[in-house]
Design a protein around this ligand. Structure first.
Ligand code: MN
Length: 231
């Protein structure tokens, strides 16, 4: 210890706190991880196949995560896509977490939308460039209130998304290729997971375009619902 104890932050660190259902406390967001293809039908619509050997992860900046109801469509895309996903929120981390112990790390779940600039993603893929900028931008990961682990039973829960009242995505979360505990365990072999880390678990088929003026409604049975206006 010693001199280090006297040091203080030059300015306040930015911590993004997210609302928890039926609670007065906030969940502090640390890092945001996402799984690429985790529903076979979505992989197919993207012109590829599920990678059975190992799931594929990418990240979003913490600034992606928001609970505001109005989302501004960025000016640099002509094809913003919706991807409804179950989001796992961790209260405990570690490395090389055993599948059977992974549930002990879970604080709760939320409904999330992995907003994606599909045109920019495609351009980047074609050029062999990283497609981070298509996925990781402000407000690119709106989520519902977080529901505590103890209050949710996950089994064959329906996951769905409507645009202007019309159903675009609908599936059961048991269609995920990699399960919740498996994803936590595998991710913990790559990074040292920390409390506050969250994980988007992939989207079912039916992704599509969002335009200014659209109303998006996303829900997962037992977990919650999310209604967003796009401007
Ligand atoms: Mn996604």
């Amino acid at each position: 210890m010693g001199a280090e104890n006297k040091l203080s932050f030059e300015f306040n660190p930015i911590v993004r706190g997210m609302k928890i259902a039926d609670s007065n406390s906030l969940f502090p967001i640390h890092r945001v991880f996402c799984v690429g293809k985790n529903y076979a039908e979505h992989a197919k619509e993207m012109g590829s196949e599920i990678e059975k050997k190992e799931p594929f992860f990418f990240s979003k900046v913490p600034e992606s995560i928001t609970q505001v109801k109005k989302i501004l469509i960025p000016e640099d895309t002509a094809n913003l896509h919706h991807e409804v996903e179950l989001v796992i929120c961790l209260k405990k981390g570690g490395m090389n977490i055993n599948v059977n112990a992974a549930h002990q790390c879970i604080f709760g779940y939320a409904v999330g939308v992995d907003l994606t600039k599909r045109d920019i993603q495609k351009k980047s893929k074609d050029k062999g460039h990283p497609w981070e900028s298509a996925k990781s931008f402000d407000q690119s990961g709106p989520i519902s209130e977080i529901k505590k682990y103890e209050e949710v039973v996950l089994k064959n829960n329906n996951i769905s998304l409507l645009i202007n009242g019309e159903e675009k995505q609908s599936a059961s979360i048991n269609m995920m290729v990699w399960g919740i505990e498996e994803l936590i365990s595998i991710l913990s072999q790559k990074v040292i997971l920390k409390p506050g880390d969250i994980l988007f678990t992939g989207t079912p088929a039916g992704v599509g375009n969002i335009k200014k003026g659209d109303i998006l409604e996303a829900s997962i049975d037992e977990v919650g619902a999310l209604k967003l206006n796009f401007e």
